[in-house]
Design a protein around this ligand. Structure first.
Ligand code: DCP
Ligand code: MG
Length: 382
């Protein structure tokens, strides 16, 4: 019935840490585990920033609730004042795991990020692995992940698995699942719009789709917001995932289904990756002087090697042999899990090219947009 991830034009993940501030606190105070923990300020107007899941279950404590209310409802809970440097540090650990695994990562807050997984052999396995790595690297922090066909849907989907869940949802599944849901469950449609839609007789997403044409929505809400609502009601979203850094390098890499120990096979793969990378570089008219490889061994050791050539290049006849020489010189001592090639040190800043895929109703995304553009990520059969 519903389409599978491999058939989707894009595969996007949204990752959100569970009870983030509270979990960071629990990590250094394991004796508090299992107790309701609430992180909030202490002033008269303080609000709850995070409640552990125990506190949520026991008394419905949630973010943005006045701290006084929480204290009244749950006087015996553990109350902690926020320690932002600690949260920032934990956030960096998490985002570093994401960036070391996936090329296009857009961080949208301390505890959430979008990842473009389009073209990966198995987005689900990739995210499972990443969640496990986060847990390991951070000493036990858990996250929830939603994988879908767009940022919008991925964001809605990550909520479905909370806490510590991973949910895959196609657009078709989403339309069915939320058919009777309020338009307010769609990120960006706030309470004011929900009220207005209710007055118009659109209490559910299905009603909004069936009763209001695009023209009518545009007439009521203005051309921009009307069109935006029209697409949101259909759970359609073309907004690209963009790294917020300027492009400093391009790379192509692949994670093998089974770790590869044979150097000949690794060389063949690397040759193909170099070809593909150069094709992309030429398409964007980028030439770089630094050529590098990335190797991840089966024990998760990551090794990078690079070499600079005299003249900036995007020629596979230059890039391939340099990459192969680097691989042979390193001669991986253990089976290889991931192999990649990269070109950096571009001759000039060629970032003028527009983003790929930015041709849809993307301008009104409440989260705003980053700079830069998606990087290439490949999946080759091994
Ligand atoms: N936060 C805050 N004030 C809010 C909401 C959140 O200070 N009104 C902070 C504290 C959270 C962090 O941002 O720990 C992340 O916000 P989330 O909405 O993702 O909430 P949590 O991570 O705490 O919980 P969940 O497991 O529901 O994601
Ligand atoms: Mg969170």
């Amino acid at each position: 019935m519903a389409s599978e991830v491999k058939d989707w034009p894009r595969a996007i993940a949204h990752l959100d840490m569970d009870a983030f501030y509270a979990s960071v606190e629990l990590r250094r105070r394991p004796e508090l585990r299992g107790k309701p923990v609430i992180v909030c300020g202490s002033g008269p107007r303080a609000v709850v920033t995070t409640a552990s899941y125990e506190a949520r279950k026991l008394a419905g404590i949630h973010s943005a609730m006045p701290a006084a209310t929480a204290r009244r409802r749950l006087p015996d809970a553990v109350y902690l004042t926020p320690d932002f440097p600690a949260y920032r540090e934990a956030s960096e650990e998490v985002m570093e795991v994401l960036r070391s695994n996936v090329e296009t990562v857009e961080v949208v807050g301390l505890d959430e990020a979008y990842l473009d997984l389009t073209g990966l052999f198995s987005p689900k396995a990739t995210m499972r692995r990443i969640a496990a790595e986060i847990r390991e690297v951070t000493g036990g922090l858990t996250c929830s992940v939603g994988i879908s066909e767009s940022r919008l849907l991925a964001k809605i989907t990550s909520e479905l698995g909370k806490p510590a869940g991973l949910v895959v949802l196609s657009r078709e599944d989403g339309l069915a699942r939320f058919a009777e849901g309020s338009p307010g469950l769609v990120p960006g449609i706030g309470p004011k719009t929900v009220r207005r839609l209710e007055e118009m007789g659109a209490t559910t997403l299905t009603q909004l789709r069936e009763r209001w044409s695009r023209e009518e929505l545009e007439a009521r809400f203005g051309p921009r917001s009307g069109a935006w609502l029209y697409h949101r009601a259909r759970l359609e979203d073309n907004t690209p995932v963009t790294t917020s850094r300027e492009i400093k390098s391009q790379s192509a890499e692949t994670t093998f289904d089974h770790d590869v120990a044979d150097l000949g096979q690794l060389e063949r793969q690397l040759g193909e990756l170099a070809e593909e990378l150069c094709r992309r570089l030429r398409k964007r008219d980028l030439r770089g002087r630094s050529i590098g490889i990335k190797v991840r061994l089966d024990d998760w050791t990551n090794v990078s090697r690079s070499h600079s050539v005299a003249e900036a290049t995007n020629d596979p006849e230059v890039v391939r042999p340099v990459a192969l020489d680097l691989l042979r010189a390193y001669d991986p001592p253990r089976p290889v899990r991931l192999l990649g090639v990269r070109v950096a040190s571009f001759e000039h800043d060629a970032g003028a090219e527009g983003r790929t895929g930015a041709d849809g109703p993307d301008a009104d995304d409440a989260e705003g947009e980053g700079e830069g553009e998606p990087q290439l990520r490949l999946s080759l059969p091994s």
